[in-house]
Design a protein around this ligand. Sequence first.
Ligand code: GLA
Length: 393
Amino acid sequence: MTFWDAGDSHDLADGLRSSFAETFGRDAEVVGRAPGRVNLIGEHTDYNAGLVLPLALPHATYAAAARRQDGRLRLRSRQAEEGWEGTLDEAASAPGWAGYAAGVLWALARDTGSGTGLEVPGMDVLVDSTVPIGAGLSSSAAIECAVGVAACALLGLDLDDPLRERLVAAAMAAEGEVVGAPTGGMDQTIAMHGLAGAAVLIDFDAHTHEPVDLDLDALGLTVLVTDTQVSHALNDGGYASRRADCEEAASLLGLASLREATQAQAESLEDERLRRRARHVVTEIARVTETVAALRDSDRPALGRLLLASHVSMRDDFEISCAELDAVVETAVEAGAMGSRMTGGGFGGSAVSLVPTERVEAVVRAVDARFVAEGFRAPRHLLGVPSAGAGLA
Ligand code: GLA
């Protein structure tokens, strides 16, 4: 049974330093690292001031960097042919993957009002990643945060909590203002605040994040992540239209956000589409709280039920699933998973399943066979081992 490998972070950082020397003809000064994530539950709730429960993956993006005296930025990736070169002033219009990397530098340099911009120097940057790209596992936040961490290290800054928060904000600005994906902040927050052995409960109203122990061995469960290989994009309209529906629903109810809505209020909306969108958000936020309780009680059946209810809600009320995701969920449960659901933005990407560890092989085989039978592209699987957040590699 082969899983998508996270690699060894020391080996990956060493390999990247060698490639950096070959690419740029000099040594890297620092290597930043930031993980991808899988969200256990709480989908499309972050931009509704709600709750989410993601964990950081061992799969990560690495950014090797060294200062340049001429103020220019030269960005390269081991996953992309095209690099990008320009000044900090041009960074906000960098295209493609470079938009995430250059965008975070642009955002760090800008005056935020609450603090002056950082003196981001010119630099050479080489990126490498073991986060599957376009799989709904937050490969974009991983680039933003890895490059941001590297830039801060070049400036000699200590990666303390305020700086982590500043990196979250800069990474969100890169995503929203440079790349044009109006995302909600979960991915950047978990990339900067992930913890080994824990999921993180993030509250986007109280602006807090707290670890929730995820002792998978004690639970006898494995977090199995299945990438359907249906590529998902967050800047192609579907995500933004869901966000707009939620904002309209909240405003019709006279609320600042759907976090404040009760289920009865959601059900009172006249417009059927808005009613379903709001119902998903309100029930999903409640499911996050129930999942935290179920984890604390080691209640495996409850965890399974909550994951499945979340999937049904996203499939029927929020309408962001697809045939491949539904097939993973259905097959995983038939083959012995406690529960399974699509994870991330939707419209493709990955599913997350909680599987009794002795059933993992059976679940993987069943899902693979179903994809063959349906004529779908072969899926990829990886293990969601809760891992540390961003730092220097
Ligand atoms: C994407 C976004 C997040 C979040 C999820 C859905 O991953 O980047 O902010 O909205 O979709 O939960």
